[in-house]
Design a protein around this ligand. Sequence first.
Ligand code: FES
Length: 463
Amino acid sequence: MADPAVTILFEGQPLACRPGQSVAAALWDHGVKVLSHSPKYGRPRGASCARGHCMGCLMRIDGVPNVRACNAPVREGQRVERQDAGAVYGRPMQAALANTGHLLPVGFYYKWFTKPTAVAKLFMRAIRPVAGIGRLPDEAAWRGAPPPPRSRDLGRWDTVVVGGGAAGLAAVLAGEGRTLLIDDSRLGGGQRREALDLAAAGEGDPLAGLHRLRRLRAVLHERDALVAAAPHVTRAAATTVVGCYQPDMLLVRDATGLAVARADRIVWAAGALDQLGLFDDHDLPGVMGPRALYRLAGRDGIDLRGRSAVVWGHGPDQWLSAALLHARGAQVVLALDPTAAPDDDALATAGRLGWRLLHGVRPAAALGRAGSLAALRFDDGQGGARREAACELAVMCGRGKPVYDGAYQLGADLVLDPLRGGYVPRGAVAGRWDGDTPAGLRLTIAGESAGATLADLLQEVTP
Ligand code: FES
């Protein structure tokens, strides 16, 4: 790492980091992938989503517990600890629990020993330290600290669009009136824009044979430039919606704190989340989805040079992930699901760039060493023809899970559709739903949030 400018203290050990990195990324660069342990069985956890949506990276930072290390930027002198390192009963107790899990079903901790009160208190006192989380903040972390700033009022807008990817940008350009675009990415174009740019700049031009991804990149750039030039649009970048309140209010958070915005119409185009699929030990640190990779290899710039990475699955995110990893210097193994559509140009790209190919495989197990990923075991989907690929990073590219929480909070009528990855608006057509909520808000749900896939969006933008 050239000219490191920030030093953090990880469990007392000074580590040099790049300014602007998240704590999780800085630790990855120093080989620390186990950031926490699961509360019940003590299973190792790491940066899984890299977007603030899971609990894998909860750490104690500067004496404050349960801080998401993937969202916390490194700062000089910052104290970072795995907060479960001091679990009172330690790992042996959790290992014992893992072997007796059938005796401790989901929900046992709040369904059992609730009466009489004295027994409940004893039970809680005994069970809490097993988890090893929840130690209150250091006194220095809160004594004398200034009160949190009051939330700002961003005012009322004709339209608020949530999400700056292809669908969100299209909605902004199709809309009229004063429009606020809220996006958690730094750059316009959503979470894939930076990944596409980095891949295009990689050695050997990994995007050269991936025509639809090249087209997506061009479309995102075009739409972003049009949005940037539109006088009626205000962009709130690196801003996250943390709550929606009926009939028409959004609570958002950016680097300066909380703010509220109201709108006559809201377009919910917040995309999708990674789903890793089910296989043994799929929760090992080092196993992640493409969106987590885009964040870690893009915004955070983790060091991937010479690292072995498997990219399994099907669809355009698999190819973008492989291209991004190649551009960042990783050794790529491309493992194609039996359902992956044949694409001769893309396969020629894989051959040209020297990626190892595994055809027609499904993950059967993640194999670990020292708590994090060391290899993936595959079979043919029927339990036969087992193969293994050594790797310290595995990117699982299946169907994403639509981000529905904000639309639900605003009153949208959602239905569970496993074929479209989760909850989607009832009656959505071609990745879009328009209507009024019961509280009278004009609401549109678009793109992956409405059940579309990246492949659908690519069809839309490819002439
Ligand atoms: S919340 Fe940080 S990795 Fe998921």
